[in-house]
Design a binder for this molecule. Structure first.
Ligand code: NAG
Ligand code: NAG
Length: 395
């Protein structure tokens, strides 16, 4: 933490048009999460009636990697394939390391929690319990037969973690009387822009839902030096908006075409996003940015999504290493996620000024480049090289 602050000060002192220093290194775990996350988003988008989608694939991947430790054979292979695992032990270490790291992040802006409920009467396998502990995952026993009470207990846990952003995510119908195991993940993030939007500049502007339907959206405005990248092969351009919260940034990926999102999403699902994220570099001129305010909540049923990505065995039985003397299957995996993007960050204070200083007037600055997010786009929130949230905004 102290190191980050130090490097900010150095940046501030050494350059005229300076950017938030973010020499993040690229890790194998970050790459694997990227490859799996974009596939999960693609399926979530295709299976969702509401194509405003936000998800934290990371939560699902964490739970799957943990669960895999209690499985063998084909069931485990299906998981490791989705997770792009080459070395199993290394995978467990890196995901458990990440769980611990995220648990240590200030919970006022990031909270990531995993919980596994096991039907009462089932004793957990010792080794699985130990692994769960290294993943910072709570394990509790619950009586699924009393569905009302089980939902109440799970909601109490989730509500506390989600700080009211999503209330009572679990309904009776999302549980199952005969369940033996249920996995839950909640993720909460509330960031403040490093470069604030001025609320007074927010105005209603056209947003093209598709080629024929145009609606008005509240659009935030900013004219600043930002990281930018255009990828003609992908058919999209992107900008980065850093948060004050150390290591966090949002990247907005805007298809070149009004109706380009499905095609861009297909390409991204094949190659991931990190190549593009790491290709972002300071735009050589100011960016004239318009970005809609948005507030998305998604309830995603991964019980439906995972089999489409080849992960089937976890639902049909055969995990011997989860509870003692019994073979179990997962009944449900679902996720509630929310993201709220607005001008907040205007209160950024002194730190904000340190990030980007105005271009010197001694140089004649080139005209700003327009980046008008007025049609369906993709966004991601990363922590260093790890995709924490991923979503699409279409209407
Ligand atoms: C966590 O963040 C909040 C809001 O940014 C801040 O007020 C608080 O002091 C932080 N807590 C710690 C332990 O750093
Ligand atoms: C545009 O979106 C509207 C609303 O979803 C839909 O009714 C219409 O058919 C769409 N038009 C095209 C060309 O896709």
């Amino acid at each position: 933490m102290e190191w980050l602050i130090l490097s900010l000060l150095v940046t501030m002192a050494s350059s005229v048009d300076s950017f938030l220093d973010h020499e993040y290194s690229r890790t194998a775990l970050g790459d694997n999460i990227d490859k799996a996350s974009v596939k999960l988003l693609r399926e979530a988008y295709l299976s969702s009636e509401n194509t405003n989608v936000v998800t934290s694939p990371l939560g699902v991947l964490l739970l799957l990697s943990l669960y895999s430790s209690g499985t063998q054979g084909k069931t485990r292979d299906e998981i490791t394939q989705l997770l792009h695992v080459t070395d199993y032990k290394e995978m467990l270490d890196s995901y458990s390391g990440l769980s611990k790291e995220y648990a240590s992040i200030n919970s006022s802006y990031l909270s990531l929690a995993n919980k596994i409920y096991v039907a009462s009467g089932c004793g957990l396998n010792d080794e699985f319990f130990r692994t769960a502990t290294t993943y910072n995952t709570e394990v509790a026993s619950i009586n699924f037969h009393n569905v009302d009470n089980a939902a109440h207990i799970i909601n109490q846990w989730a509500n506390e973690k989600l700080k009211g952003l999503i209330k009572d995510p679990v309904s009776k119908s999302s549980l199952d009387k005969d369940a033996l195991v249920a996995l839950f993940n909640v993720i909460y993030f509330k960031g403040h822009w490093h470069v604030p939007f001025q609320a007074s500049l927010t105005e209603d502007k056209d947003f093209h839902v598709n080629r024929t339907l145009t609606v008005k959206k509240r659009m935030m405005h900013l004219k600043k030096s930002l990281f930018f990248n255009a990828d003609d092969e992908l058919g999209a351009k992107m900008i980065e908006l850093p948060y004050q919260e150390p290591g966090f940034r949002m990247v907005v990926i805007l298809p070149n075409e009004v109706d380009g999102l499905p095609e861009v999403l297909e390409k991204v699902a094949q190659k991931g996003l990190l190549d593009n994220v790491f290709a972002l570099s300071p735009a050589r001129r100011k960016v004239n940015l318009y970005l809609p305010k948005f507030d998305i909540k998604s309830s995603l049923d991964f019980t439906q999504i995972l089999p489409k990505l080849g992960v089937k065995g976890i639902f049909s039985g055969g995990a011997h290493g989860i509870v003692k003397e019994r073979s179990v299957a997962i009944s449900k995996i679902f996720q509630e996620a929310a993201v709220n993007v607005d001008e907040e960050g205007a209160k950024a204070g002194a730190f904000t000024g340190a990030v980007i200083v105005p271009l010197s007037t001694r140089y004649k600055s080139p005209p700003p480049m327009d980046f008008i997010v007025d049609h369906p786009f993709l966004f991601t929130i990363l922590h260093q090289d790890v995709i924490v949230f991923l979503g699409t905004f279409t209407h």
